[in-house]
Design a binder for this molecule. Structure first.
Ligand SMILES: *Cc1c(COP(=O)(O)O)cnc(C)c1O
Length: 388
């Protein structure tokens, strides 16, 4: 008989009832060190006092009103996003997938308004942009698209990081190039800064829009507020979600005024998107994470963590191949199935997340302590030893 919860996930037999910072406490009282953060979501850890205060304060006032009215909390969040990025404007969503859908619509509308017949969006193998019909078509991955055809047309996938293939594919008919600066689900695969610079230049040369999906790599995860900042370039459109709500469902599309020109009243909407509750939390997350001193700490901890992980890889050459990633978006390329390591981690009361390309993802809260990093590596060491 089918489970009452639609069985689209292979779930671990653990339920958590409480969280404290980097720790998630299961119903049996066991404390798990959380290097998954709900897949890069809980950037400030569990039950962060600042976020609990922001949420409960707003919860006592008003939860939902509708975008039929002014929403000061939404304006505050949009102000923060615009002030700290390339963007001139932001639309607030409830998730990353919704952000991807709007980004695709925005690209199409941009070219429609210009009166140019450009519909092709170039994307990359290994990409993940969500699970809606549009987002699975964008990724093109067989695993996500099989059985869900016909796929939405207008996307073409290129090998990840293959600049020659991109140069050959891009033309004056290209509507946009869309990519994650660091692929998350694809296996913590950062694109070199020089490649991102070259993609920006190719887009400029052909008039195509550059759409960056920073749903997983954004919000301080890589040690900069947004990962593309390392390359010194800016996109025309960017998707944000996951970390921005610190655990509350929230996402956003950021855009330049030019890219957003077609999105006038009536062209897009959302019942819940930009509600006061989510935006009160998101604004607090932005205030904390967009701070230079906070980001400097992320980088210091990332260097510490990475150094210890290099030692771990050296100590277990049969289990691990290499450390990859940037900031606290880290991956361990494995020589065995990463799901086996995830399971061995559970036995050590450690939470990690598998990804494609045989990679184990380590996505701790950005405010994890030095002691917790040392403890995490000790548990990873025991987990690896148990598999040797
Ligand atoms: C998780 C993710 C999405 C989808 O976000 P949801 O909130 O799950 O809809 C899109 N893009 C990237 C890069 C992601 O990691």
């Amino acid at each position: 008989m089918i489970s009452h919860v639609l069985p689209t996930y292979n779930r671990a037999p653990i339920a958590f009832e409480k969280g404290e910072g980097a720790w998630a406490i299961a119903t049996d009282g066991k404390r798990y060190l959380d290097l998954g953060s709900g897949i890069a979501v809980n950037v400030l850890g569990h039950a962060n006092p600042d976020l609990v205060a922001a949420l409960t304060e707003q919860a006592g006032k008003i939860w939902h009103v509708s975008n039929l009215y002014q929403i000061p909390q939404q304006e505050r969040l949009a102000d923060l996003l615009v002030d700290h990025t390339f963007a001139d404007t932001a639309f607030i969503t409830n998730s990353g997938t919704e952000a991807a859908e709007l980004a695709i619509k925005m690209v199409r509308k941009y070219w429609h308004e210009k009166g140019e017949d450009r519909i092709e969006i170039l994307t990359f193998e290994g990409a993940f942009h969500g699970r809606s019909t549009g987002a699975i078509a964008a990724s093109g991955s067989e695993k996500m698209t099989k059985g869900f055809g016909p796929l939405m047309p207008g996307f073409r996938q290129l090998p990840w990081g293959d600049m020659a293939a991109l140069k050959a594919a891009i033309s004056d008919r290209t509507a946009a190039v869309m990519l994650e600066p660091v692929q998350g689900e694809g296996g913590i695969r950062p694109l070199p800064d020089a490649d991102l610079q070259q993609i920006r230049a190719l887009c400029d040369q052909h008039g195509a829009l550059l759409v960056l999906d920073e749903v997983q790599c954004g919000m301080g995860r890589t040690g900069r507020l947004f990962a593309h900042e390392y390359a010194g370039i800016t996109p025309d459109i960017m998707m944000v979600a996951k970390g921005i709500g610190g655990g509350f469902p929230l996402g956003a599309v950021l855009a330049t005024e030019a890219a957003a020109a077609g999105m006038v009243a009536g062209t897009h909407g959302s019942t819940y998107g930009g509600n006061p509750l989510a935006c009160a939390v998101g604004a607090r997350v932005m205030e904390i994470v967009a701070d230079d001193a906070f980001l400097a700490e992320v980088n210091r901890k990332a260097a510490l963590f990475r150094q210890k992980l290099e030692g771990l890889v050296a100590a277990h050459p049969d289990v691990f191949e290499a450390v990859r990633g940037q900031g606290l978006m880290l991956g361990l390329k494995c020589k065995l199935a990463p799901t086996d390591l995830v399971k061995a981690g559970y036995a050590q009361h450690l939470l990690t997340v598998p990804a494609a390309d045989n990679t184990l993802r380590l996505l701790p809260p950005l405010n994890i302590t030095d002691d917790e990093i040392a403890e995490a590596v000790a548990r990873l060491d025991r987990a690896a030893a148990s598999l040797a």
